[in-house]
Design a protein around this ligand. Structure first.
Ligand code: ADP
Ligand code: GN1
Ligand code: MG
Length: 371
């Protein structure tokens, strides 16, 4: 195992971290839309990430949150007899004891232990995996129920403030910096016609009817590692947006991504539906993971969480398309518009299936209470 395989820049960056063993190679890894992720091979293996500096304006605050939450989880994992190095992220310090290294161009880099013998999926491959991801995300929230929320920084202000997102969307239409508005009038109207969706959860939250909890806020299926052997959700990753939030948002974001019958950027919309069987499985798993902690109103609002998160994400993709694709990484022209359209199709499909979704939640909640 020779270090010579490493490219000069990667070798320079990782040389600032306290690593064990010998590092073999560094290559781009994963399919996240936000940070630049690399796999560092060798024994042990590591994840190296260049944090998105436009999105995360205060990177040390992000790391303070992650350190706080992972240290807290490690204590709980140890108490439950688990493996703290596999069941939550482990931040690798720089040689001068910092959680981040800043390079000469001002980029911030961080490293984690690589979670071995586990996979993250961009699409549901087996129903059981999706169920297990729900148990793990629900359980994550449950484990953090007594975490001191006042210690958390708001890493992205107004992250799931759908009302504020709507204002940004209107602003992007007005500015029309890329001259794209004319070509997406149908899509713009779709979001404008559903302004009731914008404020419903925000209002319940500001009226104190939905509790603020420590939530993950980015519960995509590929933000969870599934153990290859046991097929259990072993570790929740991508902790950049752990902040006080709504349980129904965490539920909803996972449905938006995982219960869709197609990829988030699928151009053929005839392939896109909200699969109610997957919706039911996720609901069952999430209720199990939350261990009865959800209030009656939270339970009743689970379908709304799914619709609002799908609406919000679709609107964010369209806003980014209008602003010139500066937020979400794209790999081809029009990808954000395709992403927006799948979310629109899902919202419309959820509207058509609304009563069934409510009945499913009721059924799952009744059967959870009987267990
Ligand atoms: P982004 O914010 O860009 O989505 P993530 O932190 O989610 O970045 O990382 C991108 C991908 O890298 C994940 O979906 C996962 O596949 C992989 N990954 C990230 N951290 C780890 C880790 N500690 N161990 C194994 N894989 C990881
Ligand atoms: C981003 O980082 P990633 O790829 O897991 C985004 C989420 C969106 C998601 C859409 C910090 O998630 O909010 O729902 O893309 N994360 C951030 O796929 O904006
Ligand atoms: Mg991610």
């Amino acid at each position: 195992m020779e270090e010579k395989d490493l490219t000069g820049q990667a070798r320079e960056i990782i040389s600032h971290f306290r690593l064990q063993g010998v590092q073999q190679s560094v290559r781009p890894y994963g399919s996240g839309h936000i940070n630049d992720t690399f796999l560092v091979t060798g024994e042990p293996m590591y994840i190296l990430q260049r944090m998105n500096r436009t999105i995360f304006q205060k990177p040390f605050e992000v790391m303070e949150n992650i350190l706080g939450v992972t240290s807290f989880l490690k204590e709980k994992i140890k108490a439950l007899g688990g493996d703290e190095l596999r069941e939550t992220l482990t931040i690798i310090s720089t040689k001068d004891g910092q959680p981040l290294y800043q390079d000469a161009s001002g980029n911030f880099w961080r490293m984690y232990y690589f979670i071995k013998d586990a996979v993250s999926y961009d699409k549901v491959e087996t129903k059981q995996d999706f169920y297990e991801s729900a148990v793990t995300f629900g359980n994550f929230q449950q484990l953090l129920a007594d975490y001191p929320a006042e210690c958390l920084h708001e890493t992205i202000p107004g992250f799931h403030d759908t009302g504020a997102r709507y204002e940004t969307f209107l602003h992007a239409i007005k500015k029309d910096v890329c001259g794209r508005v004319k070509s997406v009038e149908m899509e713009i109207n779709f979001f404008k016609e559903r302004t009731d969706t914008v404020s419903v959860l925000g209002k319940l939250s500001s009226d104190g009817k939905l509790p603020l909890r420590v939530t993950h806020n980015d519960t995509k299926l590929n933000n969870i590692m599934i153990d290859k052997k046991t097929r259990k959700g072993i570790c929740v990753i991508d902790l950049d947006t752990v902040m006080p939030g709504l349980a129904v948002h965490d539920f909803g974001d996972a449905i938006r991504f995982g219960a869709s019958t197609g990829a988030e950027d699928e151009p053929d919309l005839s392939k896109i539906y909200c699969d109610l069987e997957l919706f039911e499985l996720y609901t069952k798993g999430f209720l199990k993971g939350c261990q009865g902690s959800l209030t009656e109103l939270e339970l009743a609002m689970l379908p709304m969480g799914a619709k609002v998160m799908t609406y919000e994400c679709g609107m964010r993709f369209l806003t980014d398309y209008l602003q010139g694709d500066t937020y979400f990484k794209i790999h081809r022209e029009g990808q954000n518009l395709d992403r927006c359209r799948t979310q629109m199709k899902l919202v419309a499909d959820m509207e058509a299936k609304w009563q069934q979704m409510e009945q499913i939640v009721k059924r799952c909640s009744d059967s959870y209470n009987k267990e």
